[in-house]
Design a protein around this ligand. Sequence first.
Ligand code: DC
Length: 230
Amino acid sequence: MSFQSSNTRTLKIAIDGPAGAGKSTVAREIARRLNLKYLDTGAMYRAITLKLYRARISLDDLEAIAELLENTALDVTADQRVLLDGEDVTAEIRKPYVNNLVSPVSTIPLVRRKLVQMQQAIAARSRGIVMDGRDIGTRVLPDADLKVYLDATLAERARRRFKEQLERNIHLTFEEVEAELKERDRIDSERADSPLTVAADACVIDTTDLTFEEVVAKIMSLISGRVKQR
Ligand code: DC
């Protein structure tokens, strides 16, 4: 990287996009290269979903949801372990039953308000952060130095997710993975409270025909341009 690392210290980078677009692997690599904190905000929605599921709380019982949120300790460690009330739920939150429930849970304004507050507090405490999610550029970090919207065709995203699930020993058919992504896209983009949309000032990157390295290189060059302007 040609610029001084001190210039990158306070950078805030928002990476949004639909499920399976490659956000988390790319965001983690950008954070590693720039020595910034990385936060996977989807993992936070997943952890709350797991807790609501275990507590058998109905998604329209707002009083119970408010109380649960009030009494939840959620922590994402530097090595990306997700701790829910002290329990390591990193693997559990990637399971199909959480995949199927997380988008409906994420439509609940109470849940969003709580998690957005936590995410903004984490960003404020950090000396530079890369965050990925659905509403980072539009809601969580509206003043981010760089906003990237990563996209890819549904078929390509399903191919990537299918491979990832197999590696995790989760056996779903390609059609099941594709249907789940399609339904999550629909709920995430149609919800009333901060839906998945492209921020007006975001750089859209279609990753369908790009390698991981190419995506990372494109973002690094965008960052380099922004840093020079500062
Ligand atoms: O990135 P992911 O697939 O782990 O996210 C899981 C779900 O969480 C996603 O379908 C919608 C929700 N989400 C959200 O609403 N806002 C975010 N910033 C991140 C995730």
